[in-house]
Design a binder for this molecule. Structure first.
Ligand code: SAM
Length: 294
């Protein structure tokens, strides 16, 4: 394979951008990586090899895509910005194992894309430096659609990564932690300084790896209802679980009934949502569901 100078050097990135007259769009979360070590760390965390596929969301000018092409058997990249498509074509020209799709990943039929692009791949990872304005919708789409993924390695806002990996009792623990941990096992890989991007983002960044679970860690009567109970329990963080659940599920009915059901689920009404484990939320949603509370 012809090796060209890696594009993730500040000099080459600037050269490509200038030659194509490209201007960054803040509204699309365009902060491009220019640091070889960070790119290497991201790709390494996905544990790719030639038998595996990699889906990249938002390839930009292809810095990470190029590293993925050198490591995985097949790479598919979905980019929303039409102006980047000719640049990607040029940069990725030496690699025969890369496909670039123009589109909004939130609108793409990913199951169909997996069927066409990764049919012969044993395992697939998502590897991306995500646009921060749309991190949670993209991640929830990947997890909720139950794609056949091995892991997801993403660069995101540090504060969001900490919320995803948080344990009960910590200030970062909330409905995002529970949603992410229901579908995966998160691990923070590293925090990342502003200087590895152009332009530099205003927030701190981190790389997180989510090992996608084959089965959820708890059994719930109905996934939609389970997540509704979780959302309701965090509606107002300073309120007790009893008060939050009362506002959402028992607006007129007596508090006595709610306290009975909480006792059945072995949860003290005075606790706050942030202290309950995922197992306790599963138990609580089962008791409420079986009592006909929706
Ligand atoms: N991967 C490149 C890198 O690391 O240098 C660029 C990462 S940049 C943070 C995010 C990229 O996602 C941009 O190229 C942006 O145009 C693209 N993007 C933003 N919203 C998107 C969406 N909804 N679907 C697909 N790509 C999107």
């Amino acid at each position: 394979m012809t090796r060209i100078e890696d594009i993730s050097t500040p000099r080459r990135t600037k050269e490509i951008i200038q030659r194509h007259g490209f201007s960054f769009k803040k509204s699309l979360g365009q902060n491009f990586l220019i640091d070889q070590n960070i790119l290497h760390k991201i790709v390494e965390a996905a544990e790719l090899d030639e038998t595996k596929g990699a889906l990249e969301i938002g390839p930009g000018i292809g810095a990470l895509t190029e590293k993925l092409a050198q490591t995985a058997g097949a790479v598919t990249a979905v980019e929303i910005d039409q102006r980047l498509i000719p640049i990607l074509k040029e940069v990725l020209e030496p690699y025969g194992n890369v496909r670039v799709h123009h589109g909004d990943v939130l609108k793409v039929d990913l199951h169909e894309l997996f069927r066409t692009d990764f049919a012969d791949k044993a395992k697939v990872s998502v590897v991306a430096n995500l646009p921060y304005y749309v991190t949670t919708p993209i991640l929830m789409k990947l997890l909720e659609e139950k794609l056949p993924l091995e892991n997801i390695v993403i660069m995101i806002q540090k504060e969001v990564a900490e919320r995803m990996a948080a344990s009960p009792g910590s200030k970062d623990y909330g409905s995002l932690s529970i949603a992410v941990q229901y579908y995966s096992v998160p691990k923070l890989i590293c925090t990342v300084p502003h200087t590895v991007f152009i332009p530099q983002p205003n927030v701190e960044s981190a790389v997180i790896r989510l090992e996608v679970r084959e089965e959820p860690p708890v059994s719930v009567p109905d996934e939609g209802f389970f997540f509704e109970v979780v959302q309701a329990s965090f509606a107002q963080r300073r309120k007790t679980i009893a008060n939050n659940l009362k506002s959402r599920f028992f607006p007129e009915k007596g508090r006595e009934r709610l306290e009975q059901l909480l006792a059945e689920a072995e949860i003290e009404p005075s606790r706050r949502g942030e202290t309950l484990s995922i197992e306790e939320y599963a138990r609580l949603s089962r008791v409420l569901y079986e009592a006909g509370i929706r």
